[in-house]
Design a protein around this ligand. Structure first.
Ligand SMILES: [Zn+2]
Length: 510
């Protein structure tokens, strides 16, 4: 467990922190109060391995992470650490041995993050007292360890952690109703087979007897699944397990801790590009305009460019994020958006377009409030931007090993990036049936969004699920255009092509 005695702040740094905070406010940044703590290198590593939280539940993964971090610098700013916790107040850590110019850079950067945490929509449902909550989780798990033994608890936590991504981050924002309210009256709907027709043609195009037959078929289909569980496919697999798996109380507690922490971290995964871009935009603006003196300027330039350097073929969220915010600001300052601009044919005219609107600042504050990485990239990554920053797709030539450009096609480049960012690169998996074949078997389905699931991942997931569900588990996935059903019954993993004779799950996901 990370314990540390705080190292006092030097006066010079204290004064700088105050000035940066005030300056950031005059630009309109609106952040949680930030508590900065000074740490030495070892403390910094140790905190980083716990994700910045001084108290977390005991688990071997933290030890592993600690060792890994000791060997390599991890947190984005190259050789400078930044670590900031989404909490009210925010906590941030400064490494004692950093030069003053680096400390100032990190402080400015952290205020950017704190503003983002506080104002970005996707963070609005996160627990702002997570520091306390993590400490609670730690206490709970320690109690379970005392009672049930380190081995049993750690093994069970391993299983839960291997499934931690099986949540539905969007469910925080949508009220879909209770998944088990299967007995609601179905809404009266127009028969699905009805063709659109003008009134006087209607009875010729849609003969009543045909419509009635179709409606009857629909009713029968619905009746078959009236008692389906879940009532509709659900992506919050962990919640479904909590509600329906036969777990002991301490196991439920562990699983719900993992689920809660997973939801807490999800918005950080959904906004990595924006959040880092925003923080970098502000550290860069504040530093270059206000807080670098003549003797620091070279160091600063060097360290800042270390942050946002992007060699061809590497994906650096800081670089893409900051450049996109700058680009949006420039476009909205000049009025380079909207129908008239889009439809301008003359390239020269577009390039020199400037309506002098001055809406840039306002626009980037709005963007940081409502977007996440996926719609941020989708909306603002323009072909002009890709061209200007040479943001192409690169790959190694299999023969020469040389890096070369694979594609300059803006549509393809954007699509690839969106695949990587959608659901943070995790597959979309739904519970399609919790009582498959009426035998209390669990049937999950992978929703194919352009990328196949890995077979190894599918089987590992099933094995871990089985240890929670304790009955046969299945996962349906499309692999190379074939629909495959992976199954695990506690002894053997099997896979088979899905064919018509195979019993169907309560819900179709595909
Ligand atoms: Zn950052």
């Amino acid at each position: 467990m990370a314990t540390h005695t705080l190292i006092p702040f030097p006066d010079e740094l204290l004064a700088a922190k105050k000035q940066i905070r005030e300056q950031a406010r005059t630009y309109g940044l609106d952040f949680f109060n930030v508590i900065f703590e000074m740490c030495d290198y070892e403390q910094m590593n140790q905190l980083a391995s716990y994700g910045g939280f001084p108290q977390r539940y005991p688990h071997w993964r933290w030890g592993m992470e600690y060792e890994r971090l000791r060997k390599q610098h991890f947190y984005g700013l190259g050789r400078i650490y930044e670590m900031v916790i989404n909490n009210d107040p925010c906590y941030a850590y400064l490494q004692e041995s950093n030069a003053l110019v680096d400390q100032k850079l990190v402080i400015a950067h952290v205020y950017g993050h704190s503003d983002f945490f506080k104002n970005n929509l996707w963070f609005s449902k996160t627990n702002r007292k997570m520091m306390d909550e993590m400490a609670n989780h730690s206490t709970h798990v320690r109690k379970h360890v005392e009672k049930h033994g380190q081995d049993a608890v750690e093994k069970f936590m391993d299983i839960c952690l291997s499934l931690e991504h099986l949540i539905d981050p969007l469910s925080m924002f949508l009220k879909r109703g209770d998944n088990d309210s299967a007995h609601q009256e179905p809404k009266r709907e127009e028969p699905a087979a009805k063709f659109k027709a003008k009134d006087y043609l209607d009875r010729w195009i849609n003969p009543p007897e045909k419509l009635e037959a179709q409606a009857k078929k629909d009713r029968e289909e619905k009746a078959k699944f009236r008692h389906a569980t879940p009532a509709r496919p659900t992506r919050d697999v962990l919640l479904y397990l909590l509600q329906h798996a036969r777990l002991e109380d301490w196991q439920m507690d562990c699983l719900s801790i993992v689920r809660e922490e997973s939801y807490y971290f999800a918005p950080q995964g959904m906004t990595k590009v924006m959040n880092e871009g925003w923080a970098s935009y502000w550290h860069s603006t504040l530093m270059t305009k206000h807080f670098v003196d003549a003797k620091e300027i070279i160091d600063y330039a060097d360290h800042h460019s270390g942050t946002v350097h992007m060699p061809p073929g590497n994906f650096n969220p800081y670089k893409i994020g900051i450049e996109l915010f700058r680009d949006i600001e420039d476009r909205w300052n000049k009025g380079k958006f909207g129908k008239e601009y889009e439809e301008a044919q003359n390239l020269g005219e577009k390039k020199h377009w400037d309506k002098g609107l001055g809406l840039g600042r306002e626009k980037i504050f709005e963007v940081r409030r409502v977007y996440n990485d996926v719609n941020f990239i989708d909306e603002f990554l323009t072909p002009e931007f890709i061209e200007k920053h040479k943001f192409y797709q690169y790959g190694r030539d299999p023969h020469t090993g040389q890096l070369r450009i694979l594609s300059r096609d803006p549509v393809r480049i954007k699509q690839t990036l969106l695949y990587q960012l959608t659901n943070m690169g995790q597959p979309f998996i739904y519970v399609a049936d919790g009582n498959y074949c009426n035998r209390h078997e669990l049937y999950l389905a992978h929703q194919h969004n352009g990328m196949d699931i890995e077979v190894k991942y599918a089987i590992e997931t099933l094995k871990n699920l089985w240890r929670i569900w304790q009955r046969p588990v299945h996962l349906q996935a499309k692999i190379d255009d074939d629909m495959i059903l992976f199954s695990y019954d506690g002894v053997q993993a099997r896979q088979q092509a899905i064919h018509d004779d195979l019993p169907k799950a309560a819900h179709q996901v595909g």
